[in-house]
Design a protein around this ligand. Structure first.
Ligand code: ADP
Ligand code: ZN
Length: 721
């Protein structure tokens, strides 16, 4: 057959038919370049009969231009792309594009130039040159990387190149990665760990679909345990994908991986340089990348020979992508394992209710690690009732928490204060006229960041300097910060304990792998007394001398009141509590709350996870929420308020009336203005009997919207704004 149907990688275009030139073979999955009018488009040859299209006479078909020199996307990946697009109501093209994430991987040069010291000396040595040369000893990299290492401009380095002090080297971008050795350092597992690892190793050997929920308390050694099936896959010559929720966590993971396997895994995340991206993509698609550690986008890559998927911290909401294709990597990981026929491990100390439900139904096999490794005990949890123990005016730490902090400082132990709010204060207003600082393009308050002296919108990234005077009434020195963020807690701590070494750990301060690594080294090296952090510090970290965790405001996450508020609050606080007492010394957790009797808070205080899940399950059952029923959100947006509103009304007018589907809205979305677009929202609640996706497609597909209107569908939404 020399006629092919392409999945064209442009969501505005449907599938298109082309002719294969004489002698060219292009099995399904082949990546090609084809002509489209005067332009060229990239596409993937798709399986016959699986994409709709018109039968155009063969003579009228244009030939494809080029077959790209990469392996065809394997069939299980093609099925995964179809499933994802269908389930999440997303364009196939946008979904397929995630598999080809790297333009550079498919073409571009195979070599690049890096630089290193040649051993020669400059004619004229300056202090700056000397310092640069010393800093570059043993280093090799691009001009920009070396300039970063040496702390000088690229111009300075170029001067050294001209004098022969620095020499260029040609590097093969696609050079192989150092191999991981499954036997490099095998730790002695505890009995419980060994039993779980044994089951998982067997599943890797069986090479069949098998979903596992690895449910282990914080500090139980889930990582060490799942490293055994990883080793088994490496021994069998198969690839492993480990998904992590946050790049900030990878540093920690990389060190542990290297200690176990003697080499670094292959990294995949959005801030890779294009050459690293190409190298990784190629190694993944030719099977030579043994273990890939990545953010959720690593899930759609064309692994040649996958043998195991691990989703670590599987409860994390950052596995849900909230723009573009709105998929949940945890769920798609299970589907990928199904299409590929291999085991998948969801690891967590606080599994999502949906995952526990699947285990209860017998779909997932639940494996338990009920105790901390090495005999460490779980921390002792105590509530501080803020209605009784009131912090001072414009203060947020209550007496008992301050006493506990002082006690740890005296003993030379570490403390961690958790508040899930970046910046200094979530709202700034004028004491004189009441003016509140708002984002010009979002319906959101600007958050004051004192460290950078900025007011910032956390939704669109808008930033402005903190003004001297109120822009509304012109009065100076009249701005008041309302409420605390982590920076304000840090200021309070600095006042209380001027001698303490305090670090604020948020996505603002740990925004690169290097900074994250530096933070970990400092914390491990006992160079920090008190860590003050957002949700970033709730995950994965293992600091043996950390014995006190203080939750500044446990009620914060419950205020939004969305569907998952309870579960999210429980997971966050249980995870941050799990950072305490992981070493030899026991840990203590103090939780500040105004609602000590709220079920979530009481369950945390009593360490009664089962009670929390049982109550949450009943609540979800009553509300028809997942896993018992399903939710979807539809967001219509436009830069023009009227256009958005009218589009929402038109869609509302033709809403389907079905017995098993309830449609709420349209109403202005909680964030009614976002990045300059006005937003209206429908919420759809469906029973399991309904075909939610088909109903949404028919409904939305039946309306013609103005060109300025964007329609976003979010299946199983996590964000309710
Ligand atoms: P979890 O991810 O379950 O919270 P970790 O995997 O971080 O727990 O393990 C907690 C600590 O115990 C880590 O420092 C880890 O290296 C150590 N550990 C766990 N299991 C073992 C083992 N079998 N041998 C040696 N150290 C272990
Ligand atoms: Zn904004």
């Amino acid at each position: 057959m020399n006629r092919v149907r392409l999945l064209v990688l442009n969501a505005a275009l449907g599938p298109l038919d082309y002719r294969l030139p004489e002698g060219v073979s292009a099995p399904p999955g082949t990546v090609v370049v084809a002509p489209l009018g005067p332009r060229k488009v990239m596409g993937i040859v798709w399986d016959e009969g699986r994409l709709p299209g018109d039968a155009i006479a063969f003579e009228r078909l244009r030939p494809i231009l080029e077959v790209l020199p990469v392996p065809p996307l394997p069939a299980p990946l093609r099925r995964l792309i179809e499933w994802t697009a269908d389930y999440y109501c997303a364009p196939l093209a946008s979904t397929a594009r995630m598999a080809l994430a790297s333009g550079g991987a498919l073409g571009g040069p195979a070599t690049m130039t890096e630089y290193r010291l040649s051993g020669g000396l400059p004619e004229r040595m300056t202090a700056q040159r000397l310092a640069a040369i010393e800093a570059l000893e043993g280093e090799q990299g691009t001009m920009r990387e070396l300039a970063g290492i040496a702390g000088v401009s690229e111009g300075v380095l170029r001067g050294l190149v001209n004098q022969g002090v620095i020499e260029p080297v040609t590097v093969n971008i696609d050079r192989p990665y150092p191999p991981a050795d499954p036997d490099f350092h095998q730790p002695a597992l505890s009995e419980a760990q060994g039993a779980v690892a044994g089951t998982l190793v067997e599943a890797v050997r069986a090479e069949k679909f098998a979903p596992f929920l690895l449910d282990g308390v914080t500090g139980s050694g889930k990582t060490e345990t799942y490293f055994e099936p990883v080793a088994a896959a490496i021994r069998a010559g198969r690839q492993v994908l480990v998904l992590l929720p946050e790049i900030a966590l990878t540093e920690n993971f990389l060190a542990r991986f290297a200690a176990r396997f003697g080499a670094a895994p292959v990294l995949w995340h959005s801030s890779l340089k294009s050459t690293e991206r190409r190298r990784a993509w190629r190694a993944i698609s030719d099977g030579s990348a043994q273990v890939v550690v990545g953010a959720r986008s690593a899930l759609f890559l064309p692994y040649a020979n996958l043998g195991l998927i691990v989703v670590d911290e599987a409860h994390e909401i950052s596995f849900k992508q909230d723009d573009g294709v709105r998929y949940n990597a945890r769920d798609v990981a299970v589907m990928r394992a199904r299409f590929e026929g291999l085991p998948v491990i969801l690891a967590s100390a606080t599994p999502a209710l949906e995952s526990l439900h699947m285990a209860d139904m017998g779909v997932y096999t639940k494996l338990d690690l009920p105790a901390r490794f090495g005999g460490a005990s779980l921390p002792h949890v105590r509530l501080i009732n803020l209605t009784e123990e009131k912090p001072g005016s414009q203060r947020w730490l209550a007496g008992p928490l301050i006493d506990a902090l002082r006690d740890r400082l005296d003993k030379g132990e570490q403390s961690l204060l958790f508040l899930n709010r970046r910046g200094y204060a979530p709202l700034t207003l004028c004491r004189n006229c009441g003016h509140r600082f708002k984002c010009p393009s979002c319906s959101a308050w600007l958050v004051e960041h004192r460290l950078s002296a900025r007011l910032a919108c956390h939704h669109c990234g808008f930033e402005t300097r903190v003004p001297e005077a109120c822009p509304e009434c012109g009065e100076s020195d009249c701005l008041v910060a309302c409420g605390p963020g982590v920076e304000r807690i840090a200021a309070e701590v600095a006042e209380l304990f001027p001698e303490a070494r305090v670090v604020v750990a948020t996505s603002d301060t740990l925004n690169t792998p290097d900074r994250a690594a530096e933070f970990i080294a400092m914390a491990e090296g006992k160079a920090i007394d008190i860590i003050i952090g957002t949700q970033l510090v709730t995950k994965g970290f293992h600091f043996p001398d950390l014995t006190l965790v203080g939750v500044v405001d446990a009620d914060l996450g419950l205020e939004g009141g969305d569907l998952r508020a309870g579960e999210r609050t429980y997971a966050q606080i249980a995870q941050v509590a799990g950072r305490a007492g992981r070493g030899a010394k026991p840990g203590e957790v103090l939780i500040q709350t105004r609602h000590p009797d709220a079920p979530v808070i009481a369950a945390l205080a009593n360490g009664d996870r089962d009670a929390f899940y049982a109550a949450e399950t009943e609540g979800r059952r009553d509300a028809g929420a997942p896993p018992f029923g399903r939710w979807a959100a539809i967001i219509l947006s436009s830069e023009d308020e009227k256009e958005a509103r009218e589009a929402a009304q038109r869609l509302g007018d033709v809403r389907p009336r079905l017995a098993d589907v309830q449609i709420l809205g349209p109403a202005p979305a909680p964030l009614s203005l976002l990045r300059g677009r006005y937003r209206y929202r429908f919420l759809v609640n469906a029973r399991r009997s309904a075909n939610l996706q088909a109903m949404l497609r028919d409904w939305i597909g039946g309306v013609n919207f103005a060109p300025g209107v964007r329609v976003g569908v979010d299946i199983d939404p996590y964000s309710f704004v």
